[in-house]
Design a protein around this ligand. Structure first.
Ligand code: HPA
Length: 253
């Protein structure tokens, strides 16, 4: 089953026919909110709002482990994660959707592994390619089928937040090779790898990163709000096409 993690601007899926909600318990504490079970274009999906349904949980305080564990525990084997990002690369202007293919992790102090404590052996997993190739390909196909622009690839620099960056920090990130900046890409992607979930992300660019393009003089929250609604509408269409494509490629027996 597909799991969808919604970020800022996507605390619910308008076309999801909700069947029930469940407050899940995990060995890692409580997820960001109840799991929402429902049907999207006739396919079963589980949805969770990463920042809580009232958008009250900041990026550094999200229980990434509990969210993913709860999803897997309830039958999710593949995950699409939606996150707003700031555009660093000149092609990533506000309103763009992007499927990142790489990550640089600048976060700290977050719970980054399930392999901790008790008698769990230390485990190092390959993370050369942080996103599942199949899931990315499915997203790109769905975008093409729906006529939605989805940029293929880019380096997602994940910062701690909740503050936005300085212009100098963004310049450094650009020198590091980051194309976009967001606050929730990690440890989510790595934890998904530990749980062997097929995981990919959609970045919704809602502003120029600090000091770039239209943010040369600073980032205006009203500008972000003006883009957010429209770009999340595109994300919803993309997700609907994704599940429709999946249904078509595995017809009922
Ligand atoms: N920086 C960090 N996270 C973000 C941004 C940004 O500019 N925009 C959306 N999420």
């Amino acid at each position: 089953m597909l799991g969808i993690i919604g970020g800022t601007g996507l605390t619910r899926l308008a076309n999801l026919q909700i069947t029930h909600r469940k407050v899940a318990r995990t060995p890692y504490g409580e997820p960001s909110g109840a799991l929402t079970f429902g049907r999207l274009c006739d396919q079963d999906v589980i949805f969770i709002a990463r920042h809580g349904y009232g958008h009250t949980i900041p990026p550094h305080a999200v229980n990434y482990r509990a969210n993913l564990w709860a999803m897997k525990d309830h039958g999710v084997d593949r995950v699409v994660s939606v996150a707003t990002v700031g555009g660093i690369h000149e092609a990533l202007l506000p309103g763009t959707l992007v499927a990142p293919d790489q990550i640089i992790d600048y976060t700290h102090g977050r719970e980054t592994t399930f392999f901790v404590g008790g008698d769990k052996p230390v485990t190092h997993l390959d993370f050369t390619f942080p996103y599942c190739m199949d899931r990315r390909a499915a997203l790109l196909r769905a975008a093409a089928n729906a006529g939605i622009g989805l940029r293929d690839g880019g380096v997602y620099g994940t910062v701690q937040g909740p503050r936005l960056e300085t212009a100098a920090e963004i310049n450094r990130m650009a020198r590091d090779g980051c194309d976009m900046v967001g606050m929730t890409g990690m440890p989510e992607a790595y934890l998904a790898r530990e749980l062997e979930l097929s995981y990919a992300a959609v970045g919704a660019v809602v502003n120029w990163a600090a000091g770039r393009g239209g943010s040369a003089e600073g980032i205006q929250m009203e500008d972000i709000q003006a883009v957010l609604g429209e770009v999340m509408l595109q994300v919803r269409h993309l997700l609907e096409q994704l599940v429709t494509d999946e249904a078509a490629s595995c017809p009922a027996p």
